[in-house]
Every structure is written in structure tokens, then in C-alpha cells.
Design a protein around this ligand. Structure first.
Ligand code: SAM
Ligand code: SF4
Length: 445
């Protein structure tokens, strides 16, 4: 019997990428096969993001684009992920081409949903039966070299602007023994780099704190970091860290373990105490600076990156200037800047969105310019230097180049042989781009 083919298109964060990997695996175990594109698939699933309105609109636009492009041959279209969880059944009205809706807890039940959807529109907003259940074969991972390992899902912080606690539910930490088992299995499969992922990885707090007992650490997360480092996985990254739960022991663990990569992503959101309070972030600017100093004081150079929201309701020009000053002071090696987007159901959405769109754009551009010049100065240090790059594949820009990341998570494109793909390569940097480095391979490690 011909197998039904499914194409999954993923929007949003690493957690969505990870869920799509699990959805693909579950589908194949249940008699479906994966399609190479939307053009030939019997079923198309869009894994959606709801963090900003723009991302939400993009998902609905994709549904209509796919339905229109296939005309009479239109596939069965399903939505999964955050928009699916939040909007549920209402999506059948917003996007009539949608045939099924799978919430953030329904990933493992998508095969059953597809079968039901053949008879009529259906949805599942139920909870995950067992968080992160099942083994994932390497073929379903988004990369053959870098693997995402979820360690915590959901969020308890309820920042006033953010939809995540509603779309992903409360924090649930995965058992350390289970994480360690997955990391060891990834190592045996030849993976060279893993990313421990979660909305706030350093809020990691499993119900039973067993597994890393023999490892020291001031928090369950720093114990987990040391335990994961002991597996011998060559490169371990983790994202995202939440400032209020950031403990200096994380920096100590990085200093002690070469394979814990020298990169911390610590979103500050604003440089104004009043705005941070209105956002309900739970820390002040001085607290954040203390973390930055701990990170900058490490024995190894740790790259620090962050997120900023401009134009939060009521943010004055002076408060925005405070953010500029903080950005100048912190020396972020990368910065994601977002214009505030009101999300229905969040406390901030009830505040008047006082900052005009043109003013938000102005603040966005001003910060972007500031960061670009600060970043170029930081990048100058890399000119002529030798960096270690995990060659992840061929560069999309040039067939002669390879691409990968440094341990500090900088993108590096470089001239090198195809046989280097999958290996850790010594690269001499000879050119700086705005968000990446360019160089030449010197040899394989
Ligand atoms: N949990 C992480 C933290 O709080 O540090 C961040 C996770 S969040 C999904 C990713 C980023 O999206 C946030 O750091 C924030 O800058 C941005 N973001 C979240 N809600 C937003 C909103 N309503 N408008 C604009 N940006 C938003
Ligand atoms: Fe959203 Fe705040 Fe949770 Fe981050 S910590 S996911 S910004 S609610």
C-alpha cells in the first residue's frame, strides 16, 4: 500500500525544530513517509510560532499560499506548535484550508490526528503523555552533526509581554539520567555538538535530582552541565539562560570543562529598571551587570549575546537611551532586537501601546546601528586568529566554501575540502562580515 507522505515546515525557535524532529520520527514509525517539499506532499504540517504577531501571521499566510499553489491538488494542511495551542479550533475559521490542529502537547499523537482529519476537521490540545518520550533516530535530526536536546519545557516566569507560558504551559524538567542517556547515544552516533535547549535552561529543576549526584554544582543546572561535560561530547552549548536564575557557578563550570562551549545567551530585554519592572523580569540592571561581570571575568573568553525589546508600552525616549547605554557597556557579541508586539491575553496587551510604530522602528534602527559598530570592533579581534569550527556543511552562498560555527557560536564560512564536513577544522580568519567570519582551513583537529 502506498504510504501517505508528510512535509513539515518549521517556524520559530529551537524547541519547535526539536518538536518537528519528534513529529517526523513518530509519523515514520506509524506508517507515514516524509516528503521532500510541499509540492508533492499528501499532508503539509506547519509548526507555528506565536511570540510576535508577525510570526503568527506568517503561519496563516503559508497555509493559504500552499493551498493556492496546489489548487485542486491541495494537500491536507495541519498546524502544530504555539499558534495551534493558543487558537485551537478557531483556526478553522481564520484559515479555512486547515484540516487539523495539533497543540504543543500533541506531537506524539499527530499520526492519529491525520487519520481522523481525512474524515473531517479535527484538533488535539491535550497534554504531552510523557514529556520528550522516545528515542530519535539520527535521520530525523535537523543536522547530522549538531543535535538539540530538550532539558526543560514551558515557562513559569510570566513576563508581562510574553505568550510562551500560555502556549507552552508550566516548566517541566526532564530527568537528568534521561538527558545523559540521550547525550551518550548521540556521541555513539557521531554527533560532535549538542545544544541543551529550553525556554530557560538554567531554571532546570527536575522533580527527582538524581543522575549527576557525583558532580558538584550550586544548582541542578550547573550539576547537569558538569555531568553532561563528563560524557566526553566534544562541544556542548545551552540556550536560553534566564538572568534571574543565572548563577556564577555556570561560569565556573565552563572554566572547568573545555567541552562546555564559551557562549552564553542571556536576554536582558531593557536597560531601564522601570521597564524591567513593568515587564516583570524579576531583576534590575545592576543584577544583570553582575552576571555580565562574572561572564567577562571567566578564564576563557566567553561570548555573550542577548535579546532586547524596543517600544514596550510606556517606554520613554530616556528609558530607551538607558538601554543603549547598557548595550554599549555589555559588549554583546550578538544581539536580537525585537519591536514590542502586543500578544492577546498577556498583561502588557491591556496597557496602551503608547510607542508609535515609527518610533519603534527608529529605536530598532538606532540600536541595530550601535550594535553593528560595537560588534565589528569585537570581530576585529578575530582577524588573523585561528578558530576551531565544526564544519556543518557546504555554504549556501558558494559551492567552494564550507560553513559552521565556532565554540563561541560565530558563523564561519571558509575555503576547505568537502571531506572536512562533519569534522572540527582549524580555520584562519582573514575577513570580517557583519554577522559572520570568513577564512581558510588550516587542517582538521
Ligand atoms: N525565555 C527567554 C528569556 O526570557 O530570556 C526568551 C524566550 S522568548 C521566546 C525569545 C525572545 O522573544 C525574548 O527574549 C524576547 O526578546 C522576544 N519576545 C517575547 N515576547 C515578545 C513580544 N511580545 N514582543 C516582542 N518580542 C518578544
Ligand atoms: Fe517569555 Fe519571560 Fe518565559 Fe522568557 S522568561 S519565555 S520572555 S515569559
Amino acid at each position: 500500500m502506498r504510504k501517505t507522505s508528510v512535509y513539515i515546515e518549521t517556524l520559530g525557535c529551537q524547541m519547535n525544530v526539536s518538536d518537528s524532529e519528534r513529529a517526523a520520527s513518530t509519523l515514520c514509525k506509524n506508517g507515514f513517509k516524509l516528503a521532500p517539499s510541499t509540492d508533492s506532499a499528501d499532508v503539509v504540517i506547519i509548526n507555528t510560532c506565536s511570540v510576535r504577531e508577525k510570526a503568527e501571521r506568517k503561519a496563516l499566510r503559508r497555509v493559504e499560499e500552499i493551498a493556492r499553489s496546489r489548487g485542486a491538488e491541495a494537500p491536507l494542511i495541519g498546524l502544530m506548535g504555539c499558534v495551534a495551542q493558543l487558537e485551537g479550533e478557531a483556526l478553522f475559521d481564520y484559515a479555512p484550508s486547515v484540516g487539523f490542529v495539533a497543540g504543543t502537547g500533541a506531537t506524539e499523537r499527530i499520526p492519529q490526528l491525520i487519520r481522523k482529519a481525512v474524515a473531517g476537521k479535527t484538533f488535539d490540545l491535550g497534554e504531552r503523555r510523557s514529556p520528550f518520550e522516545g528515542d530519535l533516530e539520527p535521520a530525523f535530526r535537523h543536522s547530522a552533526r549538531v543535535a538539540f536536546v530538550p532539558i526543560i519545557e514551558g515557562c513559569n516566569k510570566f513576563c508581562t509581554y510574553c505568550i510562551v507560558p500560555y502556549s507552552r504551559g508550566r516548566e517541566r524538567s526532564r530527568a537528568a539520567t534521561e538527558i545523559l542517556r540521550e547525550v551518550r547515544s548521540l556521541l555513539a552516533q557521531g554527533f560532535k555538538e549538542i545544544h541543551l535547549i529550553g525556554q530557560n535552561v538554567n531554571s532546570y529543576r527536575p522533580k527527582y535530582d538524581g543522575g549527576p549526584e557525583k558532580f558538584p554544582g550550586a544548582t541542578p543546572f550547573s550539576r547537569l552541565l558538569r555531568a553532561v561535560a563528563s560524557t566526553g561530547m566534544p562541544r556542548i552549548k545551552f540556550t536560553t539562560s534566564f538572568p534571574r536564575d543565572f548563577h556564577a557557578d555556570i561560569v565556573k563550570a565552563i572554566d572547568e570543562n573545555e567541552n562546555l562551549c564559551n557562549w552564553v545567551h542571556l536576554p536582558v530585554q531593557s536597560g531601564s529598571d522601570r521597564v524591567l519592572r513593568a515587564m516583570r523580569r524579576g531583576y534590575k540592571v545592576v543584577d544583570f551587570i553582575r552576571h555580565v561581570e562574572a561572564i567577562k571575568g571567566a578564564r576563557r573568553r566567553i561570548s555573550l549575546t542577548s535579546d532586547i525589546i524596543v517600544g514596550f508600552p510606556g517606554e520613554t525616549r530616556e528609558e530607551f537611551e538607558d538601554t543603549r547605554r547598557l548595550v554599549e557597556r555589555c559588549g554583546f557579541e550578538g544581539l536580537y532586537i525585537f519591536k514590542y508586539s502586543a500578544r492577546r491575553g498577556t498583561p502588557a496587551a491591556k496597557l496602551a501601546d503608547t510607542v508609535e510604530e515609527s518610533e519603534k522602528t527608529d529605536r530598532f534602527q538606532s540600536l541595530e546601528k550601535l550594535q553593528a559598530s560595537a560588534q565589528q570592533k569585537i570581530y576585529t579581534d578575530f582577524l588573523g586568529a585561528e578558530v576551531l569550527v565544526l564544519a556543518e556543511g557546504l555554504s549556501a552562498r558558494s559551492a567552494d566554501d564550507l560553513t559552521g560555527h565556532t565554540t563561541c557560536n560565530k558563523v564561519v564560512n571558509f575555503r576547505g575540502g568537502r571531506d572536512m564536513v562533519g569534522k572540527i577544522v582549524r580555520v584562519r580568519v582573514d575577513e570580517l562580515k557583519s554577522h559572520s567570519l570568513y577564512g581558510e582551513a588550516l587542517g582538521v583537529l
